[in-house]
Design a protein around this ligand. Structure first.
Ligand code: HPA
Length: 259
């Protein structure tokens, strides 16, 4: 049993680009961080800092995967340490938030997507806890990478809140940190990907290896490379993030009450 089990906090939220703390720190809505926990892991010298926050009067853990200053790019994130720390903290469920580009033309910037499938195009990332093959159990079943109950909850609560949501999509996870070429996006489209992001993997698989149900809210922030006449700029992405994350926060707040 972990030393943090007494806290009995079941849900962890992993924040992506633009989402560095649970509550927006505006003058009239102060951050409600109640506690920080630094957890050492076997996967690096640096402890993983997790905040314990109140969301709708419910305690949850929050971990910004890029760091609070967004100084860790997608291919340098210590995914194993992050997931290990959450397991150590005793979490029973993870909802991850990712900013993504849309390949499916129906998915406009600002909408939310709850993917049900993924294709991993990343390389060279530490992607498994099972480095020395110990047993046949190391081959986890990953047919359906996202937890169906968590997905259903996210979809039904989004509908309840009148938030535009797509309930099926294939997430193509690319290496980054650069965006894709137009030809790469066409290849992903032929492969059946609807959205593209850089941080979906190995996070989802590591969570499965640890036996923690995991689902993802993808916020579309741009049409993927070559699919719009306009350039993809960070300024435009930031604008969509600012608005879209309001919906993400609303959705998370509704979901914690049902978990
Ligand atoms: N490609 C990959 N990752 C992304 C994108 C994109 O277009 N937009 C936001 N994250």
């Amino acid at each position: 049993m972990s030393v943090y089990s007494d806290l009995a906090i079941d849900l962890a939220i992993i924040g992506g680009s633009g989402f560095y703390q649970l509550k927006p720190d505006t003058p009239d809505e102060k951050s409600e961080h109640t506690n920080y926990i630094d957890i050492s892991t076997p996967f690096g010298k640096e402890a993983i800092r997790i905040s314990q926050d109140l969301l709708n009067e419910t305690s949850v853990f929050f971990l910004p995967r890029h760091g609070v200053q967004h100084n860790v790019p997608p291919h340098k994130i210590n995914y194993r340490a992050n997931l290990w720390a959450l397991k150590e903290a005793g979490v029973k469920k993870i909802i991850a938030v990712n900013a993504v580009g849309a390949i499916n033309s129906q998915m406009a910037p600002g909408c939310l997507v709850i993917p049900d499938q993924l294709i991993d195009y990343t390389w060279g990332r530490e992607h498994s806890f099972f480095d020395g093959l110990n047993s046949l159990h190391d081959h986890i079943d990953f047919t359906y990478p996202y937890d169906s109950q968590l997905r259903e909850l996210l979809i039904s609560e989004a509908k309840e809140l009148n938030i535009s949501v797509f309930n099926q999509a294939c997430f193509g996870c690319t290496q980054g940190p650069r965006l894709e070429t137009a030809a790469e996006i066409q290849k992903l489209k032929r492969d059946g990907c609807d959205i593209v992001g850089m941080t979906g993997m190995p996070e989802a698989a590591l969570s499965r290896e640890l036996g923690i149900p995991y689902a993802c809210i993808s916020l579309v922030v741009n049409p993927a490379a070559g699919l719009s006449a306009e350039d993809i700029t960070i300024e435009k992405i930031k604008k969509v993030l600012g608005e879209g994350l309001k919906d993400v926060r609303k959705l998370l707040a509704a979901c914690v009450l049902k978990l």
